[in-house]
Design a binder for this molecule. Structure first.
Ligand SMILES: [Fe+2]
Ligand SMILES: [Fe+2]
Length: 133
């Protein structure tokens, strides 16, 4: 279970709302796996992947608007995460029949969250206008 603590709040309503939703989606999927309920795993992961991509676009737009000097670098980082999402989708596709895929899926989803919202997004925390949403 991943929890978004105060330290990882950007104080930007739009992005914090997205991050909260991403965490909720991952927790929902990992909860299902823990309960052995994997029938909806594939579609839930697909929703997550789509929402994460929308989030990246929103975030990148906001970074550009705020003149963040590392916006291009952050865009590149998102591209590597999008590439990783292909593995996440492959694991999800076999989650129903493969226990190992479930374990990998859980691990990759949590890494994904840590890689975007917990680690790299903190780099721009002081560069965005907190009044914007
Ligand atoms: Fe990001
Ligand atoms: Fe983010």
């Amino acid at each position: 279970m991943v929890e978004l603590t105060e330290t990882f709040v950007l104080e930007c309503a739009e992005l914090d709302k997205d991050h909260k939703r991403l965490v909720e989606m991952v927790n929902d999927i990992t909860d299902d796996i823990d309960k052995g309920v994997t029938g909806n795993c594939n579609s839930k992961v697909l929703n997550f992947v789509n929402f994460a991509k929308e989030h990246f676009s929103r975030e990148e737009k906001l970074l550009k608007k705020n003149g963040y000097p590392e916006a291009a670098k952050h865009h590149k980082h998102h591209q590597t995460l999008i590439a990783k999402m292909e593995h996440i989708q492959e694991f999800a596709a076999s989650a129903e029949t493969n226990q190992l895929a479930c374990v990998s899926l859980k691990r990759e989803l949590v890494y994904f969250l840590m890689d975007d919202l917990i680690t790299t997004d903190m780099d721009f925390k002081d560069h965005i206008d907190s009044d914007q949403d």
